[in-house]
Design a binder for this molecule. Structure first.
Ligand SMILES: [Zn+2]
Length: 484
């Protein structure tokens, strides 16, 4: 079912994403229960989130504040009055028989997010962002042949962020998700953890003849929780739709579930039947009227956002656009970089080491910067040792690996392992004489014009000094000796 390239080029892909970001509040959306992940099933519940009759929900003010924070960051309009609505459907993980969500009056409307794509930034319009509560979780595979329900997650606050159908490929969808995830983490409103499901998305995918301006029937791909699956699920769906249309078929509006193991999607339910949620305004909650002064307060307290930080890093520290992008990839990494500078590290050196050695070691063990044992202060101290000529850049890498493993200070590692650089001319000259005496063949060839053998001599000197010889000094002394 793989379409040929010309066939594929005859179609345009249209994608809109609905992202569910779990808000980082300590308590649930409408009750005081804890939201912590991983607790024993059904230990974080109360009559409100269990849906008992006669109880009344109370709005979590912090969740509203987080929604406003996102809204301001994406240039959305914060509604003067927004309202909760009941979304009615039956499912075992939803004890009330309805989910409290927002419908015709969401908290945030409009706005946009700029994403990085080939050929420059692209602006993706947002439709809305609204507050709602999560459902519980059905557990089917505990091995006892029964199905269970865990309601710890029931009532956890979610912000659903809906984009316009402005995305044109799986890669753009991934770029959008990465930018949005980065933003919510920067804003401190969501931990962005896709594995635990605190940042997940549904994708609405359709195809149309290239150049057409009308929207075709769309298919919804449900609950995708990794960047890789988003790409694979969308690419599979586009191929599938092209195949159906090319075979003279018609796309049916439906919800499909992507199976990453098999790499295919399967029909979950037909959208028509599921669409009637009989929304109506939630009678147990008054509308939210966020005061302008409070919104202004939230705006004033917004942290520096990724885009602004990138621009400042490039301008203030003379970094390339690429370096600035990598170093602002997370707020924690950007903070680490700037802390290193405050301890006297030169920006370019710090950027190279953090992006090179440090990220390589972190990535190798799948760790994050906040777990790093090398403090910004000791990293700056390592640079000072190189700068003072105490150790060479090459030895510094060995020292750094030790610091990374043990958290030791660089001067302690250098002292313990006897790694101080040898710059003493007398000491180096003795080694150089030995090397030359031991390489009569190479010496003859070098003097006969084979210049590149110079490297052989340098290598031998470094080897015999266990890499501790000052490379600049070695070059200088060796040149004088060989030419002499
Ligand atoms: Zn509760």
């Amino acid at each position: 079912m793989t379409a040929t390239a010309p066939t594929r080029a005859a179609y345009e892909t249209v994608i809109g994403l609905e992202v569910h970001a779990q808000l980082l509040t300590r308590s649930k959306m409408f009750c005081g229960c804890a939201t912590a992940f991983g607790a024993e099933p059904n230990t974080q519940v109360c009559p409100i989130c269990l849906g008992m009759p006669g109880v009344l929900p109370v709005v979590n003010k912090r969740a509203v504040e987080f929604a406003v924070r996102l809204g301001l960051a994406v240039h959305a309009t914060i509604a003067a009055s927004s309202r909760f609505a009941r979304k009615n459907y039956f499912y075992p993980d939803l004890p009330k028989g309805y989910q409290i969500s927002q419908y015709e009056l969401p908290i945030c409307e409009g706005g946009w997010l700029d994403i990085g794509v080939e050929g420059g930034p692209k602006r993706i319009r947002l439709t809305r962002a609204h507050l709602e509560e999560d459902a519980g979780k059905n557990l089917h595979d505990l091995g006892d042949g029964a199905s269970h329900v865990d309601l710890n997650r029931a009532g956890t606050p979610l912000l659903e962020i809906v984009s316009e159908p402005d995305l044109r490929s799986a890669d753009e969808a991934v770029a959008y998700l990465k930018a949005l995830r980065e933003l919510v983490v920067y804003l401190g409103i969501c931990d962005g953890n896709m594995e635990e499901g605190s940042f997940r998305c549904d994708a609405n995918v359709s195809i149309r003849p290239a150049g057409s301006a009308t929207l075709s029937t769309r298919v919804e791909l449900k609950n995708i929780n990794s960047f890789r699956y988003v790409k694979r699920a969308i690419e599979y769906e586009v191929e599938r739709q092209i195949g159906v249309v090319e075979d003279g078929g018609r796309i049916v509006q439906e919800t499909r579930l992507f199976d990453p193991q098999r790499g295919v999607s399967v029909t979950m339910r037909s959208k028509e039947a599921a669409h009637d949620y009989r929304y109506f305004p939630e009678p147990d909650l008054v509308p939210i009227a966020a005061p302008a002064a409070w919104i202004a307060e939230i705006r004033a307290a917004l942290p520096e956002l990724p885009e602004a930080k990138r621009a400042r890093f490039a301008a203030d520290y003379g970094l390339s656009a690429y370096d600035a992008t990598v170093l602002t990839g997370s707020r924690a990494l950007a903070d680490y970089f700037e802390a290193t500078l405050r301890h006297g590290a030169p920006p370019k050196t710090a950027a190279n080491w953090i992006m090179g050695e440090l990220l390589a070691l972190l990535n190798a063990e799948g760790a994050e910067i906040d777990m790093c044992r090398v403090t910004p202060k000791s990293l700056a101290a390592l640079f000072a040792l190189i700068d003072a000529g105490t150790i060479s850049g090459k030895i510094a890498k060995t020292v750094f690996e030790d610091m990374y493993r043990t958290g030791a200070e660089p001067d302690a590692v250098v002292a313990a392992k006897g790694l101080v650089q040898v710059s003493d001319a007398g000491e180096l000259a003795a080694v150089i004489d030995q090397v030359i005496a031991d390489s009569p063949k190479e010496l003859a060839q070098y003097r006969a014009g084979k210049d590149k053998l110079f490297g052989h001599f340098v290598g031998q000197v470094m080897k015999r000094t266990q890499g501790k010889a000052n490379p600049a000094k070695v070059n200088e002394l060796l040149k004088a000796r060989l030419e002499g």
